[in-house]
Each structure stands twice: as structure tokens, then as C-alpha cells.
Design a protein around this ligand. Structure first.
Ligand SMILES: [Fe+2]
Ligand SMILES: [Fe+2]
Length: 196
């Protein structure tokens, strides 16, 4: 079974310098990873799900730190578009955290995963339609490239495992593994944009 081709978050060596192209490719990777989780069982499913959790957590956090703040002020209605996307992201993160606490062999796991997939896909389509197209029209190539660099840097610095190791502080442990991963990605994004 071809289940190992979807790259890890941060493991993207494509030379594109357009933040919209980068994020849309990740939307494709996310779709593929949902399929990989669905099509596998046992240890293989656990592994695919771990990669999905990381990619989704890191992708949404990077968008929230780099792209949404720009979109908010870049075009008419941007404020509301971003508010709608943030609400969808918040809901998806909560479902993701709940799923992350479940055993991937739990009979209820797949059903919940499929519901998350539907929500995440609608969210991605809404981003592409109402946010990304406007971003592209509202700025120049240099800024699209700068945002792509910030996202790649943040993703490369994000921790590899959703389950933090011994180095994580009490704060991260209290947050839960998915929230801790997002928290550390947020720090990485801020550092990448020179706001650290
Ligand atoms: Fe998003
Ligand atoms: Fe997205």
C-alpha cells in the first residue's frame, strides 16, 4: 500500500515562493493523509494519524500567525473572512485534540475522523475561495515569498512529535499534546517573522 508518500510538515523542499501555492499544496497533503489513515489499520494507522495531527496542527497555526493577520487588513471584508476561518479552525482543533486522545483502533475513531475530514475540507475550500484568492490580488510577489518563507521556517522549527518529550515544561503538559504542539509552532512562527 502506498501510504508513506505524504511529506511530513516542515519537510517540504519545493522551491515555490508563493504562500498561496504552498498552503494549497498542504491542503492536498492533508486530504491525502486523511485517506491514508482511513485506508490503514493498527500501527500503520497510528503512524499515519500522528503525521496528520502534526501537519494539521502546524498548518493551521502557521496560517493563524502569518496569513490571517495579513488577510484581515489586505482586502475589503477581510476582517469577517478571517473571523469565520478562525471559528472553523478552533472547532477543528478541538476535535483534533479529542481524537488524539482516542485509540485509533477504537470503533468510534473512524466515524469521528470522517466528520473532521468533512469539516477540514470545507474549511480549506473556504480559505481558498474567500481568503487566498484575495490575498494574491492584494499584494506583490515579494510579500507572497516572504510569507512562504515564514511559514516554512515555522514548520521546520516545529517539534516533530505531537507528544512532547521530557524537555516540555509544565505549561505544555497542562495544555495537552496537540495544544502544546500548536503553542510551540506559534513561538516558531513569531521567531520566523522576527517578532520572537
Ligand atoms: Fe486554516
Ligand atoms: Fe489551510
Amino acid at each position: 500500500m502506498t501510504t508513506t508518500h505524504t511529506p511530513h510538515a516542515g519537510d517540504d523542499h519545493a522551491e515555490d515562493d508563493d504562500v498561496v501555492a504552498l498552503l494549497m499544496r498542504q491542503h492536498g497533503d492533508i486530504r491525502n493523509l486523511f485517506d491514508e489513515v482511513e485506508a490503514s489499520t493498527g500501527e500503520e494507522r497510528r503512524d499515519a494519524f500522528r503525521r496528520l495531527v502534526r501537519l494539521l496542527a502546524v498548518h493551521e497555526t502557521a496560517e493563524e500567525e502569518v496569513v490571517h493577520p495579513f488577510a484581515r487588513r489586505a482586502f475589503d471584508g477581510g476582517e469577517q473572512v478571517v473571523a469565520d476561518r478562525l471559528a472553523e479552525e478552533k472547532a477543528a482543533k478541538e476535535t483534533l485534540s479529542a481524537l488524539d486522545e482516542m485509540d485509533t483502533d477504537d470503533p468510534k475513531f473512524l466515524e469521528r475522523l470522517m466528520r473532521l475530514r468533512t469539516d477540514v475540507q470545507e474549511h480549506a475550500r473556504a480559505e481558498e475561495r474567500y481568503e487566498f484568492t484575495h490575498i494574491r490580488r492584494s499584494t506583490d510577489a515579494a510579500n507572497l515569498a516572504a510569507m512562504a518563507r515564514a511559514i516554512k521556517a515555522a514548520e521546520a522549527m516545529a517539534p516533530t512529535r505531537p507528544h512532547p518529550g521530557v524537555e516540555s515544561g509544565a505549561k505544555n503538559m497542562a495544555l495537552g499534546p496537540v495544544a502544546a504542539l500548536m503553542d510551540r509552532t506559534k513561538d516558531a512562527a513569531r521567531r520566523a517573522m522576527g517578532k520572537g
